[in-house]
Design a protein around this ligand. Structure first.
Ligand SMILES: O=c1ccn([C@@H]2O[C@H](COP(=O)(O)OP(=O)(O)O[C@H]3O[C@H](CO)[C@@H](O)[C@H](O)[C@H]3O)[C@@H](O)[C@H]2O)c(=O)[nH]1
Ligand SMILES: O=C(O)[C@H](O)COP(=O)(O)O
Length: 337
């Protein structure tokens, strides 16, 4: 392993269960938050997650909003056509439709778009992103991610990591038996990790570079360009490293994580988005993405004429703080009790 990556792993990896006794405890985090005059937003991007978003919101609401750790709990509804917004609201979230958030830009579908737009409607100094499709997880995801940010001002970005459950893949849990090996994270293992090892070896010790559970200081997030699609995690990680160095990043072991798996054709589109995000960031003249590269052709016997033509979103939003629609300073008066 790259020596810098190894040193980083040894010094910047934490465990949400035993990070210095009490440091992940809700009461201790609330004290640290108040002492540092920080406010916290939890943002959950959700596209057609009616089946799971309610439980995710409810658990965070019950465990962390009441005690005062999370100041606002937002769901950004990313063009859902199911009852996502209704479920999220009933569980206690404030819901914004991504397409309705005024940013002066033409709406574009995608997860990155939802995260970028959340900056325009949230107020926290610290922002925690949590996926809406989680099936095995807990509120310690949020406390774990906040711990390093509330402990050390030099930490700007915290990535979660975990064993990724994949019950239906080889090595996954079968018939009630625990998994022999976590086999989840196909795009992570087949695309993101090889890319990082080849071109960003300093980041090769980030255990889950694509984790959808991460926390970031607003001052950093508002300064970064954001791919509208699934490139958002890869971009945030590599851009934070190139602008602020390795020690601005920390990672936290959150245990185990289960989520809804996408099929391999859908993951193909995600992989293409991550490749486009990475190619754009390679040193030197960025290779042009040909017009036709914006679609991915996938063979499918059932499709008309045998081929699916999938759009690959490669658009990136400029740093939010460059937008005249962006309010740069959180309105703390509305957040502190
Ligand atoms: O257009 C979209 C697509 C997804 N989502 C939401 O984003 C989250 C993650 O999306 P998902 O389709 O579940 O992604 P995964 O297959 O789980 O992909 C992994 O890898 C992605 C690429 O890095 C990350 O963005 C994900 O968070 C991470 O879990 C979920 O809450 C989705 O509802 C949106 O809000 N808008
Ligand atoms: O992060 C990933 O690699 C994708 O979310 C795919 O995950 P899965 O293989 O566990 O479905």
């Amino acid at each position: 392993m790259d020596a810098a990556a190894r040193r980083w792993f040894d010094s910047r990896t934490f465990d949400s269960r035993n990070f210095e006794a009490g440091a992940f405890d809700v009461a201790a985090l609330v004290r640290a938050k108040r002492c540092r005059e920080q406010s916290v937003s939890v943002v959950i991007p959700a596209r057609n997650e009616a089946a799971t978003v309610g439980a995710v919101v409810r658990q965070i609401h019950q465990a962390l909003v009441g005690p005062g750790l999370v100041d606002e709990l937002l769901v950004v509804d990313s063009d859902s056509v199911d009852g996502t917004a209704r479920e999220a609201e009933a569980a206690g979230a404030t819901v914004f439709a991504a397409a309705g958030i005024p940013t002066g830009t033409e709406p574009s579908p995608g997860k990155g778009e939802a995260l970028w737009k959340s900056l325009f409607v949230s107020r926290g100094d610290l922002i925690v992103f949590i996926d809406a499709d989680l099936t095995e997880w807990g509120p310690h995801f949020v406390t774990g991610l906040l711990g390093p940010l509330l402990r050390d001002d030099a930490t700007l970005l915290v990535k979660g990591f975990y064993d990724r459950l994949a019950d239906d893949l080889p090595g996954g849990a079968q018939q009630g038996q625990p998994a022999t090996a976590p086999q989840g994270g196909r795009v992570t293992e087949l695309v993101a990790r090889p890319l990082l090892n080849l071109y960003w070896p300093q980041l090769s010790a980030v255990v889950q570079p694509l984790a959808g559970e991460w926390a970031i200081r607003r001052g950093l997030m508002e300064s970064l360009p954001v791919p509208v699609g699934y490139g958002v995690e890869f971009a945030t990680l590599t851009d934070t490293w190139s602008r602020h160095g390795l020690d601005a990043i920390a990672q936290v072991d959150l245990g185990r994580r289960g989520h809804r798996h996408q099929n391999v054709h859908d993951l193909g589109v995600m992989a293409a988005e991550i490749l486009a995000t990475a190619l754009r960031r390679l040193p030197g003249e960025p290779p042009r993405i040909a017009g036709a590269g914006q679609t991915l052709q996938q063979y499918d016997r059932q499709a008309p004429e045998g081929w699916l033509s999938r759009r690959v979103p490669t658009l990136e939003r400029p740093a939010a703080r460059e937008s005249p629609h962006y309010r740069p300073f959180p309105d703390r008066s509305r957040m502190d009790p």
